[in-house]
Design a protein around this ligand. Structure first.
Ligand code: UDX
Length: 434
């Protein structure tokens, strides 16, 4: 089939490459000529395992091309996938639908009358119906659930497909697009527009709630003397709860969960069905950042003024160079404001971090970041950081003091190597006046 993918950011570039991999002729469309030039040359402007190879393979095979022209897209495509961003609005928690509306308006003007316009962007419930009423070509909604770092895998072998459709024709077209994925046994849920839109926002809300639940338990453990890691392990053995998304730490960030729960809460208020617990989920998440800063101050005897702080991690999670709403950088920037001399190291996200936070210091290696530090903060759980030898690290720093903001370092090993070690989700050890 001939498909177009409107928007070649994270979601769109992955979707375009994966659709070419499924055997379709794909045209990627973006208003940014630089992005289009890079992708046409097989270059991917972000870190995603397997994606550069897939884009290079299909730009070479001729099955994947890119353009800035909606007229070309309209003339080419039988099915158009809209994958543009829905960032948080500046003036409220609502989603900014400017790019979605513009993409549908442009497609309505250029697409063939019998084309299918398929929204994939995460939108407030009600958007698909509104767009369907204003566009001539038929509209469908097909949310995605891809995780950064596993985007190709999640697109080619998703847990489920969701088709929001208003006609048998739209369902038949989408079944044809995803035929190889369905043939592999992927469950398909067909739904009306509001349900299809809600699947995505509800899934993200549930995941965020699970993380904030365990982080709230971490707060209780800190006060009551428990250990949240052991608690999560025991909870996770219950099949009904499951072990995933129960890692307590400095909280969730990224381009999706934070903005999506805010937009969902905002939309629910508009609908008169408030989801006020989502505001608490957000608040718990933010309090974890405060807690890391508080532990940093405590370890430094009250404040961090003039302390050389090594921050291990800048990406919002390991396996990504994405720093959007990164808890690591939020904490780093706060300590800088409090007068610390902060040096950040991250295996992948250094360029992005440097652009967004030019006032922080950056080190090319973890060792360089540690050298001479008076305090170390472990804030993104890259495997490289877990592999750091605490004895060797103790020789590099000026003062062996560390906060493990991700709860994955071995407290006994670090303490045995002479470190004052503090973690989220456990009580502070009795300090021996160091
Ligand atoms: C998320 C959803 O998982 C995905 O389905 C959706 O399409 C987009 O949003 P992503 O943002 O790539 O994907 O990251 P994810 O792996 O879900 O992690 C989100 C954040 O939660 C990260 O900051 C991560 O560090 C944090 N997290 C995750 C925890 O703090 N604890 C956990 O147990 C799991």
């Amino acid at each position: 089939m001939r498909l177009t993918v409107i928007g070649t950011g994270y979601l769109g570039a992955t979707h375009a490459a994966c659709m070419a991999e499924l055997g379709h002729e794909v045209l990627g469309v973006d208003v940014d000529p630089e992005k289009i030039a890079a992708l046409s040359a097989g270059k991917v402007p972000f870190h995603e395992p397997g994606l550069p190879e897939l884009i290079a393979k299909h730009t070479a095979s001729g099955r994947l091309r890119f353009t800035t022209s909606y007229a070309e897209a309209g003339a080419f495509g039988e099915v158009h996938f809209v994958c543009v961003g829905t960032p948080q609005r500046r003036d409220s928690d609502a989603a900014d639908l400017t790019y979605v509306d513009a993409a549908f308006a442009a497609l309505a003007a250029h697409a063939a009358p019998d084309a299918l316009l398929v929204g994939k962007s995460t939108v407030p419930v009600g958007t698909a119906g509104r767009l369907a009423r204003t566009c001539d070509p038929e509209v469908a909604w097909n949310p995605e659930f891809l995780r950064e770092g596993f985007a190709v895998e999640d697109t080619l072998r998703p847990d489920r497909l969701v088709f929001g459709v208003e006609s048998a024709r739209a369902e038949t077209i989408l079944r044809a697009v995803y035929a190889p994925v369905l043939a592999a046994g992927t469950p398909l849920v067909t739904a009306d527009f509001p349900t299809a839109e809600l699947v995505k926002t509800a899934a993200n809300a549930f995941l965020a709630t699970k993380i904030s639940f365990i982080n709230a338990m971490a707060e209780v453990c800190e006060a009551a003397g428990g250990d949240v890691r052991t608690l999560a392990e025991a909870l996770g053995h219950d099949d009904r709860i499951g072990p995933k998304f129960l890692s307590a730490g400095v909280g969730f960030g990224g381009g999706c969960l934070p903005k999506d729960i805010r937009a969902f809460a905002h939309r629910a208020d508009e609908l008169g069905t408030p989801l006020s617990f989502l505001r608490e989920v957000d608040a718990i998440n933010m309090r974890r950042r405060d807690r890391v800063a508080q532990l940093a101050r405590e370890l430094c005897g009250g404040d961090v003024l003039g302390v050389r702080v090594a921050v291990l991690g800048a990406a919002f999670k390991p396996g990504s160079d994405d720093i959007r709403d990164s808890p690591a950088l939020a904490v780093a920037a706060r300590l800088r404001l409090e007068g610390a001399d902060v040096t950040v190291h991250d295996p992948e996200a250094m360029d992005n971090a440097r652009k967004a936070f030019p006032l922080l210091g950056y080190a090319l290696t973890a060792e360089d970041a540690l050298r001479g530090a008076g305090l170390v903060l472990h804030l993104t759980e890259w495997p490289q950081f877990r592999a750091i030898d605490p004895e060797r690290a103790a020789m590099l720093v000026a003062r062996p003091r560390i906060v493990d903001g991700r709860g994955v370092l071995d407290a006994d090993r670090w303490t045995a190597a002479g470190w004052r070690f503090r973690a989220l989700g456990r009580p502070a050890p009795e300090e021996e006046g160091q």
